[in-house]
Write a protein that binds this ligand. Structure first.
Ligand code: 3PG
Length: 307
């Protein structure tokens, strides 16, 4: 039984060692494909493995079809928009994620990017502070919760909107719940995005929503680029010279953004939120354990696709 780690963006070495221990102790063999440059390498690598651990690596129908022996694919991380769930179900492949395992790393980056932005990208000019500002957390999941915890340490007033949670569930953690995304954006000068990319959320962060934000607004995106309406973001930032956008997921129109909004726009060169030794180890080992538990005991607790 072979388990493939397929990571375009490799895990830290200690995470790979940890995964190897779990896989080998279970009596399986670990196969490693890192930093691949062509899809063909991925297609070849999946051919004879029963399980795969991946990150944002694209597992579309072609890849899933090529994995003739695949029984399980675990996305070591939260978002699984990179996997064709219907094709996986059709091929009788179980897909899982590892919710929460990299959440602190992403949350730390979100707040780090907030400081970077309000200090004018460390250009030496006088910036502002986060203390006392209203922070809106858009979707209060594992990352959102960690952002709230850290933001309270900065002395921010923390608000959240999550259509899948009750106000009570949010407020018991000392965070103010609002009733709509509109209310969140109207209330908060700083907004941190933590929504997944789904049919409903794609392009949903648009001009109408963002233009509600108070003066000297800052949007932080450590979620997905697809949730932003990129053309409307350009229009908004052209009109609102007080608006800053920092993102960990390079948008499709990065060159245009860079050119037009120098000093108000920043993107990391490669998504780096979950790129810490701790997050790699937590998510990678969780993925390995979930594979072993699935193969040996049929445990499907973290399954995200239909049967
Ligand atoms: C996630 O969905 O878990 C994060 O976006 C991290 O993605 P990565 O593993 O590709 O860095």
């Amino acid at each position: 039984m072979k388990v493939l780690i397929a990571t375009d963006k490799p895990f830290a070495a200690e995470a790979v060692n940890g995964i190897r221990n779990v896989i080998e102790q279970a009596g399986y063999e670990l196969v490693l494909l890192e930093k691949y440059t062509e899809k063909k390498q991925l297609l070849d690598a999946v051919v004879d493995v029963e399980a795969a651990i991946i990150r944002s690596d694209i597992f579309d129908k072609e890849v899933l079809d090529a994995g003739k022996n695949l029984k399980i694919v675990v996305r070591a991380g939260a978002g699984f928009d990179n996997i064709d769930l219907e094709a996986a179900t059709a091929n009788n492949i179980c897909v899982m994620n590892t919710p929460g395992q990299n959440a602190n790393a992403v949350a730390e980056l979100a707040l780090g990017m907030a400081v970077f932005a309000v200090r004018n990208f460390y250009n030496g000019t006088s910036g502002t502070e986060l203390f006392g500002k209203k922070l809106g957390i858009h979707a209060y999941g594992n990352v959102g919760r960690n952002v709230a915890r850290i933001a309270k340490g900065f002395g921010m007033e923390v608000y959240a909107f999550d259509p899948f949670l009750t106000a009570e569930a949010i407020e018991k953690e000392g965070v103010k719940a609002v009733n709509s995304a509109e209310e969140l954006y109207t209330t908060c000068q700083v907004v941190s995005l933590h929504i997944p990319a789904t049919t409903e959320t794609k392009n949903s962060i648009n001009y109408a929503l963002l233009s509600r934000m108070p003066k000297n607004a800052l949007l932080i995106n450590t979620a997905r680029k697809e949730v932003i309406n990129e053309a409307e973001m350009v229009k908004l930032m052209e009109e609102r010279k007080d608006f800053k956008y920092v993102t960990d997921i390079m948008p499709g129109n990065h060159s245009e953004m860079n050119e037009k909004f120098a000093g108000r726009y920043f993107s990391t060169p490669k998504k780096t939120g979950a790129q810490t030794a701790e997050a790699n180890t937590n998510a990678g080992i969780a993925a390995a354990n979930q594979i072993v538990d699935f193969i040996k005991n049929g445990n499907e607790r973290f399954r995200v696709n239909k049967k």
